[in-house]
Ligand binder design. Structure first.
Ligand code: NI
Length: 178
């Protein structure tokens, strides 16, 4: 397993639309292992493959609390089947936009269809943190970032800050720069 570099805003690859996984082979399993290694090391609770530069529709997640055993989850080709009309607001962050947090309003409950690492199809209903994370990560697969859901004023401000940092070669929150 390898810890991979995480793409940071304003890396253009974060805006790519990821392609569905056609076949779960050794390369996909290797990628999933690298994603978990990278996500745990960051540390983060969710990661989309594009965040390590792989435009494939794969999401890894672990919502276990610090004192709980690890609970890794993999979602391959995840799709939102339906979303509730009622909304929920959660403070979100993103490993590709380090140390920036903002409240985002999204549907409170979602129904998601995906396949697991054995190729088995699943359909699940989610609420709370899982619903938020699934929507955040599925957004990544479509080239959408959580800052696209906040006000233009706030979004422009954070994009400007990260563009400036990238120009100076210092990404905010990047370990190498600390
Ligand atoms: Ni993210």
């Amino acid at each position: 397993m390898t810890v991979r570099d995480i793409l940071i805003l304003p890396d253009k690859r974060l805006r790519l639309e990821s392609k569905p996984v056609a076949k779960i082979d050794a390369a996909v399993r290797q990628l999933v292992e690298d994603m978990f290694e990278t996500m745990y090391e960051a540390p983060g609770i969710g990661l989309a493959a594009i965040q390590i530069g792989e435009p494939k529709r794969i999401v890894t997640m672990d919502l276990a609390k610090k004192d709980e055993p690890r609970a890794p989850q993999v979602f391959i080709n995840p799709e939102l089947v339906s979303t509730s009309c009622d909304k929920n607001t959660h403070e979100e962050g993103c490993l590709s936009i380090p140390e920036y947090y903002e409240e985002v309003e999204r549907p409170a409950r979602v129904k998601v269809r995906y396949i697991d690492l054995d190729g088995q199809p699943h359909e699940t209903e989610a609420e709370g943190l899982l619903a938020t994370c699934l929507q955040h990560e599925i957004d990544h697969l479509n080239g959408v970032l959580f800052i696209d859901h906040i006000s233009k004023l706030k979004r422009d401000r954070v994009i400007k800050k990260f563009a400036k940092a990238a120009k100076l070669g210092k990404q905010p929150g990047n370990r190498a720069a600390e």
